[in-house]
Write a protein that binds this ligand. Structure first.
Ligand SMILES: Nc1ncnc2c1ncn2[C@@H]1O[C@H](COP(=O)(O)OP(=O)(O)OP(=O)(O)O)[C@@H](O)[C@H]1O
Length: 287
């Protein structure tokens, strides 16, 4: 299948190097090819969107980058290091963190503890020090708690640090997940539907948060169904359908490709997305 590529890099990306290079990635489940020879290059310090209708293979791509699923073939490298098929903890050590489509918070943990848990892999004090609660351990815990509080502030969760994380609103739980991922100090952040279940104002806030993270030097890959947000915040996108790449380029250009419109408009079940897409186009002077 041919992939529509927008000619040349977008001006904002010109000269920027690619942090993530995905080369002909393929994964099958039984008789189904969930991801079919997908190649993607993600420029460093950019917000990159992976789009496509339900079942297109987007989460499977994210799962392969983060090591949750091993590809059948193809390669993934980040900052020049090949990470294909590495276990999730080894991928995390490369500075790659993620959030999940279905929120995964630890039951029974407070908001602050949840974010502190994200920093666990970066701790320097010894296990014995931790057991004996040595001064070094206490200092480190204090520093970790302060940093976790800063991150919660940054993602917009204020004043509920002692509440159980699972008692927060859906939107705040998503923010806590982002803070936990940031606590690992990543250079690449993978976000699976970060605005799912949020209203327009909350989604816009998350969009601005992501721009702030990018401006601070992070590279972000997100799966997102809100096209308005995608057009506003993503520099480039890949559009997938049935495991294959349909188009790659700037969001506005990709959403104008016939194959892409058909992938979204061709299905009755995607009526809600069509409405979102149309609203987004109007908002940008189209239709
Ligand atoms: N572990 C698995 N075992 C079997 N099939 C799977 C597995 N994971 C995903 N699939 C199938 O692979 C295809 C791609 O799924 P994936 O979750 O990657 O799609 P998606 O684009 O993220 O969809 P959505 O937008 O609905 O989350 C789907 O048909 C799905 O049912």
């Amino acid at each position: 299948m041919s992939v529509a590529h927008e000619a040349g890099p977008a001006p904002a990306e010109a000269g920027r190097s690619d942090l993530v290079v995905i080369d002909r990635l393929t994964k099958g489940f039984g008789g189904l090819t969930a991801v079919d020879g997908v190649s993607i290059r993600v420029p460093e310090t950019s917000i990159y969107g992976i789009l496509g209708p339900n079942g297109a293979g987007k989460t499977t791509v994210l799962n392969m980058i983060s090591g949750f699923i091993a590809p059948d073939s193809g390669d993934i490298s980040v900052a020049g290091t090949r990470i294909t098929g590495l276990a999730p903890y080894r991928v995390a050590r490369q500075g790659i963190a993620r959030t999940y489509q279905n929120i995964r918070l630890f039951p029974g943990m407070t908001v602050l503890e949840t974010v502190m848990a994200g920093a666990y892999g970066r701790r320097s004090s010894s296990i014995l020090g931790a057991i004996l609660l040595s001064p070094a351990e206490r200092r480190e815990r204090r520093a970790t708690a302060e940093r976790a509080a800063e991150l919660l502030d940054r993602v917009g969760v204020r004043g509920r640090h002692s509440a159980l994380a699972e008692t927060l609103s859906y939107g705040d739980q998503r923010r806590v997940e982002i803070a936990r991922a940031l606590a690992t100090d990543p250079r690449l952040l993978l976000l699976d539907e970060p605005t799912a279940g949020m209203n327009d104002a909350e989604s816009e806030e998350v969009g601005r948060l992501l721009v702030g993270l990018r401006d601070a030097g992070l590279t972000l890959i997100l799966i997102e169904h809100n096209m308005r947000l995608v057009e506003e915040f993503c520099q480039r996108v890949s559009v997938m359908n049935s495991g294959a790449l349909l188009a790659e380029g700037t969001p506005t250009w990709c959403l104008d490709q016939e194959d892409v419109k058909e992938a979204y408009f061709g299905k009755r079940s995607d009526a809600a997305r069509i409405a979102t897409l149309r609203r987004a186009r109007r908002g940008h002077g189209g239709e």
